[in-house]
Design a protein around this ligand. Structure first.
Ligand code: SF4
Length: 468
């Protein structure tokens, strides 16, 4: 089985604040409702319910999971739903009022129809949820358990159990199949392709060339739109922490400094771009999973940094225009992200923050190296450097909100990605620790990590910072 996951699955346009706790549950609830409709069972249903297990139960409220469940049951999809429809859909629900199942069949619904079982961990995955529907006699019409396996990917429990984090891409007969970074490099060498070129050929197996380009441009436009929205927003983020948004203030300071001194401040803008995306994510805005929502700021920040400051400098390949460069960036990141997803994890609930922010940092480092003219070996080296220094990073969000440490952590990881790319570009691609060794180390470290540090908010900063 090939590791490759399509760019259009890895980078999906959705809503904040969490890919595994918001986007995945929304998709699962929608799949359940649409399944009832497709099976002609909708008219029988008089009651629906959802049980959130493990990490979904532990930090679900802070991540908007029950809100996402309500939106999904109503038939909304993460790609198209208005973020305002998801925000507070469950939190502000009037008990007993009708919910339009699959957008058409009314059933009375109360907040208590979503229940939380944080202490129950289903064997297949820590992020599990069971959706059930009953008829007027109290008999079950349907009941399905879904696993939210990270990055907004879902899986029905009991299916494809042998594959770690498999998505729909697992079924595609990709023209270029690889399962490790070593195989990827070998394929590129043998076929005379760059990593991005190989990924593009794979994408073109599913869509015409023009559609691939347009789709990648749409992903970039959504990422850039998110950066822009975050840089223009002010106020505090939702939730009891009352965290102040900083990206807008930082933008104003940087613009003022540049206007006064005329000197560009790329490193500081890089941090502002990342804060902007993660603040948008924390507020439940429109975000692209990259490869998750919690880590959604790193790739857009690094790509925007290149777009604004490096694309026209001598560091960029002269033959690239910026749009083509961004496509190369995203395709390179896709091939690298596929390796993390297939051979370790991109889910904080499964592998801790190393799996989310570490993977995103490595993808961004590889993407930046590619658009700065690096070879495949240098790209692999950059991704390895970036991941190596995230090994062991725990997930301990304060109050179960994707805010502290997540928002700043994306800014730090964006700067690590740039450093990793620069280090790799100064070398010849030869290095001691392979990307495959680091991916496997991340997988093993994730298994060894206590569940307290895997998106349960039962350890680390989550228990040492007083919520007020
Ligand atoms: S600490 Fe890391 S893995 Fe955990 S929610 Fe925040 S960004 Fe995601």
């Amino acid at each position: 089985m090939s590791a490759y996951v399509s760019a259009f699955e890895l980078f999906s346009i959705g809503v904040g604040p969490s890919s595994s706790h918001t986007v995945g549950p929304l998709r699962a609830a929608r799949a359940f409702a649409v399944g009832l409709e497709a099976g002609g069972r909708l008219p029988e249903v008089v009651r629906v319910g959802c049980v959130l297990y493990g990490s979904l139960g532990a930090t679900g409220i802070g991540h908007g999971t029950p809100d996402a469940v309500v939106a999904g049951l109503q038939g909304h999809a993460p790609e198209t739903v208005d973020p305002d429809v998801v925000r507070a859909a469950w939190t502000s629900w009037t008990d007993g009022s009708p919910l339009l199942l699959a957008g058409r069949h009314p059933v009375p619904f109360s907040r208590g129809d979503v229940s939380f079982e944080p202490r129950t961990r289903l064997p297949e995955h820590p992020n599990a949820m069971t959706l059930s529907a009953w008829d007027a006699a109290g008999d079950l019409v349907a009941s399905d358990t879904y696993l939210s396996v990270g990055g907004g990917f879902i899986r029905r429990a009991g299916t494809d159990a042998g594959a770690r984090g498999a998505g729909a891409s697992g079924d595609v007969a990709w023209p270029y199949r690889f399962s490790t970074a070593a195989e990827l490099l070998e394929l590129c060498e043998r076929e005379g392709l760059s990593i991005a070129g190989l990924a593009r050929r794979n994408e073109e197996a599913l869509r015409p060339e023009a559609e691939v380009a347009a789709g990648l441009d749409a992903i970039w436009d959504a990422m850039a739109g998110c950066v822009d929205a975050g840089l223009r927003a002010e106020g505090t983020l939702p939730g009891m922490l009352r965290v102040r948004r900083r990206a807008g203030t930082m933008r104003a300071q940087l613009e003022e400094a540049e206007a006064a001194g005329g000197r560009e401040l790329p490193g500081e803008w890089l941090g502002a771009f990342a804060l902007a995306v993660n603040e948008e994510n924390a507020s439940g805005g429109r975000v692209v999973t990259a490869p998750t929502n919690g880590a959604a700021g790193i790739l857009p920040a690094v790509a925007m940094y290149w777009w604004r400051f490096a694309a026209e400098s001598r560091l960029a390949s002269e033959d690239l225009d910026r749009r083509r460069g961004i496509r190369r960036f995203l395709l390179t990141a896709t091939a690298l992200g596929s390796l993390f997803k297939a051979n370790a994890s991109i889910s904080g609930a499964e592998g801790g923050c190393q799996a989310e922010v570490g993977s995103a940092c490595a993808m961004a480092a590889g993407g930046l190296t590619a658009v700065m003219g690096g070879s495949s070996a240098q790209i692999e080296n950059a991704a390895e450097i970036a991941m190596e220094h995230h090994l062991g990073l725990t997930c301990d969000p304060v109050g179960g909100l994707v805010q502290i440490p997540c928002i700043e952590r994306n800014a730090i990881a964006a700067s690590t990605a740039v450093t990793a790319a620069r280090l790799a570009l100064r070398g010849d691609g030869q290095h001691y620790v392979s990307l495959d060794a680091v991916v496997e180390t991340m997988r093993q470290t994730g298994i060894d990590m206590s569940h307290k540090y895997k998106e349960t908010s039962e350890g680390g900063l989550a228990v040492n910072v007083v919520e007020c």
